[in-house]
Ligand binder design. Structure first.
Ligand code: HEM
Length: 488
């Protein structure tokens, strides 16, 4: 790579004093994105901290993040050379892989395949919708069954299985029952993944912690095991697909990727060996189920917190969809209040507050600061979604901010919510997840009403990792038509 002479100019970003050995670890706090916002007020939107001996540049605010991830996209598209990153997806991860020509081909293939099976045109888009609708109906049955006798249940494990089933159907043509203990166990270890790879994780920056028993060492051990288990689950599915592969029929994403890498002319040219089939599928399956289920958990928590919004959204659904059929993707444009509610949930919770860590691929100059090649970069998405200059009262939950005077969705403003990142590393599941969250929320609200447990406090406190998850809460669901009938 040719070094830009300008990138040698400029000074290093400012930042707080870093202690020997630990650096700024003790200053991070439980929610690093909030600490970063405070430090940005003092040092500006580009500043530097140290975690252990690792220098890390933190980017805040829309202008700076766009300047880096969009205008200097290749220079900011790297990933750190962290030991934990090399363990993901059998070492053949696109999401955690370093930026290169081969990586670009890998990402292009993964992105195009995912899109073709979910949000590209009919018939696959319709098939995707059918998968989500079927899972939503199963989910409703489970919620109602477990709410019988006005009981309260923890909805999060059900959301995890329902969302994983959608992605499992796309990838492998298979779904699992909510009672399947092995599938539940496989998915139940997600939190340990996020705690290892999220910003502020100490696993990779304080390697000496691996030498004696402590919580960081056990998180890393769990991380190794869960990656092995997830990858083994995917490898078994790939092996079954290879045995029954028929070039004339592409049943699912596994077939499409096997076709591209093992039977097409492109795979070898792009340097993607057979191992990349399972690597890509582990990435998609891993990234695909945990994030959307977390989004749904926040959606439900906010519906419980704001019951008047729950009723308004149900009224909008009844007006637009009616009671004779379920909501479908084509209703989206006619349900601006529901769309506004979902965008506000994404903005307000910013539940992926900092992206997966990036790294510079060259010496760069950003906002007048010199950042050397291979510097670890944290991108603080929270700072964009809670910027007082951009959002009025950003600390308030107000879906109305996305509606104009005629109650139409303000599309430009929705594009300002940053939760899928930007540039060359932008999430490849963004369109799929928005549609999936819309369909699940619309179908659940159309069919059910949700009541909070009066003995619990509805709090926005969360468990921190790569994604912020609500603390466990319980809910009771009733079928809306039954409720209406009993009123009559
Ligand atoms: C990466 C957010 C759902 C696949 C990412 C990143 C974020 C993100 C913030 C990191 C981008 C960066 O490092 O700059 C989300 C959110 C989701 C979601 C908020 C749901 C609401 C999905 C789904 C899939 C998926 C459903 C797949 C089916 C991926 C992949 C990457 C990624 C493969 C790695 C991209 C790369 O490194 O080039 N996502 N994601 N995500 N996401 Fe998502």
């Amino acid at each position: 790579v040719r070094r830009s002479p300008r990138a040698q100019e400029g000074r290093r970003p400012p930042g707080p004093f870093a202690w020997p050995l630990l650096g700024n670890v003790l200053q991070l706090g439980r929610l690093p994105h909030l600490t970063f916002c405070r430090l940005a007020q003092k040092y500006g939107s580009v500043f530097q901290i140290r975690l252990g001996r690792q220098a890390i540049v933190v980017l805040n605010g829309e202008a700076t993040i766009r300047q880096a991830l969009v205008r200097q996209s290749a220079q900011f598209a790297g990933r750190p050379n962290f030991p934990s990153f090399r363990l993901v997806s059998g070492g053949k991860s696109m999401a955690f892989g370093r930026y290169s020509e081969q990586w670009r081909a890998h990402r292009r293939m993964a992105h195009a395949t995912l899109k073709a099976f979910s949000t590209a045109n009919a018939p696959n888009k319709r098939l995707f919708e059918q998968h989500v609708a079927a899972e939503a109906q199963e989910l409703i049955e489970e919620l109602l069954l477990r709410s019988a006798g006005s009981a309260y249940l923890d909805p999060s494990p059900l959301f995890t299985v329902a969302n994983a089933n959608v992605i499992c159907a796309l990838c492998f043509g298979k779904r699992y029952s909510h009672a399947d203990k092995e599938f539940q166990a496989l998915l139940g270890r997600n939190d340990k993944f996020g705690q290892t790879v999220g910003a502020g994780s100490l696993v990779d920056v304080l390697p000496w912690l691996q030498r004696f028993p402590n919580p960081v060492r056990s998180v890393f051990r769990d991380f190794k095991v869960l990656n092995q288990e997830l990858h083994a689950f995917v490898c078994a599915k790939v092996a079954q697909h290879r045995l029954t592969y028929d070039p004339q029929v592409t049943r699912d994403i596994s077939d499409a990727i096997i076709g591209h890498i093992e039977h097409g002319p492109a795979g070898a040219k792009e340097g993607l060996s057979r191992d990349y089939v399972a690597g890509t599928l582990t990435d998609i399956f891993g990234a695909g189920q945990d994030t959307t289920s977390t989004a749904l958990a926040w959606v439900l928590l906010l519906l419980l917190k704001y019951p008047q919004l729950q009723s308004q959204l149900q009224a909008e659904l009844d007006r637009v969809v009616g009671r004779a059929r379920l909501p479908i993707a084509d209703d989206r444009a006619s349900l601006p209040h529901l769309e506004a509610f979902i965008y506000e949930t994404l903005r307000y919770t910013s539940f992926v507050p900092v992206t997966i860590p990036h790294a510079t691929t060259d010496d760069v100059l950003l906002d007048g600061f010199r950042i050397p090649k291979d510097t670890v970069v944290f991108v603080n998405q929270w700072s964009v979604n809670h910027d007082q200059c951009k959002w009025k009262d950003p600390h308030l939950f107000d879906p109305g901010r996305f509606l104009d005077a005629e109650q139409k969705l303000d599309r430009d403003l929705t594009c300002s919510v940053m939760i899928f990142s930007l540039g060359k590393r932008r999430c490849i599941g963004d369109q799929l997840s928005k549609l999936q969250i819309f369909l699940f929320t619309a179908i659940l609200l159309h069919q059910c009403s949700f009541r909070p447990n009066p003995t619990e406090r509805l709090t926005m406190d969360c468990i921190h990792g790569l994604a912020l998850k609500p603390l466990p809460f319980t809910v009771s669901a009733t079928r809306r038509d039954t409720a209406l009938q009993s009123c009559w």
